[in-house]
Structures are given as structure tokens and as C-alpha cells.
Ligand binder design. Sequence first.
Ligand SMILES: [Zn+2]
Length: 219
Amino acid sequence: MVTVWWAYATAIRSGILLESERMRVARFVKQSDRELHATSYFLRRVVLAHKTSRRAECIRFASQCPGCGSAEHGPPRLFPSDDGGVRFSVSHSGNVALVAVARGIDLAVDIEHAATRSAWNEIGSRVAHPRDNVSVSGVERWTAKEAALKLTGFGLTIPMTKVVIERTAGRTGRTGRTHINYRGRQFAAWITWFDVDASFKGAVASSIPSDLTVVKVTL
Ligand SMILES: [Zn+2]
């Protein structure tokens, strides 16, 4: 089971943030960007504390690049790793911050503001693969590809046009599969699309198929 926890960024909450996180927040010029990033860090700590029984201010992260092994980049993981296999991924867009969490499942999430359909159809067409399932919308295409690339650990260093989206005959029509064949390496992911209120659409890419629950958090 994957749970997506999301919140509106409405204020800068910094009580449980590390000094390094507060400094990163302070570097943003716009108040709305500071609120969004502070909320993202805050939400990640609160949710991971809840899932791991650690104190929110004691949560630590480590990165490791799957390509070069560097600890300076690559997707963040809990440090030390959690005995219960807790994995997470964060994304934000507009004034919405979210964290997706699961146990024993590698996952990655993307959320986008889905304002106008025509704009997203244009954006989606730029990242299309000839074998993409034709029933996906522009914003579905983008979120699935971004989540699938995040899941590889290489992120956008692999072009989005390398990701092929297949939609399965899922019960809800809201699940799909992606395949990436890039420089001799193969990556596959399961995709679940979801909505956050009326204006934001997201996708979770996971290593195995999983149910998904979306929970609004009021901070
Ligand atoms: Zn690297």
C-alpha cells in the first residue's frame, strides 16, 4: 500500500527542520517558494516520524547515486535505513507539497498543476514516445514519465522521450506500466495516477503494483 500525504503550503513552519533545511528555505526569494519548501520539509519529517516511530527532528537522510555511487546526489533515503523497509518520495507544485510513503516498495512520485488541458497536451506531446498508450492525457504522460525516471534514481538525466507508457486493463483505468530502455539498461515501473483537489494531478511509480490512498494533512 502506497499512501500519498499532501498539504497546502500556507506558512513557514520551521520548528522541526534542521539548520541546513532552514538555510535552503531562506535562499528562496519569493515568500511562496519559502512556504512551499518549508512545508515540504516539515511534512516529510512529520509523516516519516509517524511511520518509523522516530522523533520528527531526529529523522536523517542519506543519498547515493545509482550511477557513480556519489553521496552528493541521487534520491534521498532514510538514514539509518528503517527496519520496516519504509521508503518515500517527495514532490511539490504550486502551493501543494506531498510525500508518498510505502513499506518494502521502491517508489517515486510527481505532482503537477493541471491548469489547462491544451497546455498540457502540448507539453505532453513534446515528451511522447511513438509507442505510448494513446489514451493518456498530456499531464498523465508527464507525471508518469517523471515519476518513472525518478524511480530509476537517474532522474531527468535520462530523456523523458525514452520512457514508454502502456496502460493496463486496470479496473479503474488509472494504472499503467512504463518501460525504459536506455543505453542497454532496462527499467520497468507500475504507475498509479491520482488527483489532489481539482487542480493537481500526480503519478506514483512503484517497483511492484500497489493500491494507493491519498490523504490530506491539515498543518
Ligand atoms: Zn552520479
